[in-house]
Design a protein around this ligand. Structure first.
Ligand code: DX5
Ligand code: ZN
Length: 208
């Protein structure tokens, strides 16, 4: 199982990024919020771009924003492997997926807990990742929504039946106790469970 670590709940981002850099975590998950798609706002790109000073891990960027095309060219400049935005933005989805690909970066669509899985179907041939939200997006430290297991299983069936190459990642409330609900996914995003651990590596090991 691949693991992507979110530092959204960190109280000391430089320290925690350096500690994560010493582990074998696969990606750093960058949560970007615009105060519109979700109520909270994260730091501006002018600050976020300094992340390279603290980590050389590849980045898995999760855009919780209304207008992805404003952010894609910025985050494409970093050490980015994936850029994901939400299928709920409704507009210009194909254009934005193509824009991500134009930078040689893998593209993904995220889906909120109450959005039907079938909304992903038109975009499946383009997708490298589907990010299944197991909490309402917007903040760290929330409880895993138990119906997410069925959602993940449904997304897996969809990926298989359309012979899509997209990996399935799950984000929100992931701990050693909830990971078993996500056995059909390829990647787990975990924030507070890892960050609140004495040893980041032990927490990561317990999720694999
Ligand atoms: C939620 C974010 C998540 C979150 C994960 O809106 O997209 O990436 O930070 O944090 P935990 O693991 O604490 O739920
Ligand atoms: Zn996220």
């Amino acid at each position: 199982m691949k693991i992507s670590a979110s530092f959204l709940s960190s109280e000391n981002i430089p320290r925690d990024l350096k500690r994560l850099n010493e582990t074998d975590v696969d990606y750093i998950h960058l949560d970007i919020m615009d105060g519109k798609f979700v109520p909270n706002k994260t730091m501006p790109f002018s600050e976020m771009k300094n992340i390279y000073k603290f980590t050389d891990k590849r980045l898995d960027v999760h855009l919780m924003v209304d207008d992805p095309k404003k952010y894609i060219p910025l985050y494409a400049e970093l050490n980015t492997e994936y850029i994901t935005f939400h299928v709920e933005v409704m507009e210009q989805i194909e254009e934005n997926l193509e824009l991500i690909k134009s930078y040689g970066i893998k593209c993904g669509l995220a889906i909120k807990p109450n959005t039907p899985v079938k909304s992903l179907v038109p975009y499946l041939p383009l997708l490298d990742m589907i990010l299944v939200m197991s909490v309402e997006p917007g903040k760290g430290g929330q409880t895993f929504i138990s119906s997410s297991k069925e959602k993940i299983d449904e997304v897996r069936d969809l990926v298989n039946s359309y012979q899509s190459h997209a990996i399935i990642s799950v984000d929100g409330g992931i701990t050693n106790e909830t990971k078993d609900e996500c056995s059909k996914c390829d990647m787990l995003v975990s924030g507070s469970y890892i960050i609140n651990g004495e040893s980041f590596q032990e927490r990561i090991d317990s999720l694999r």
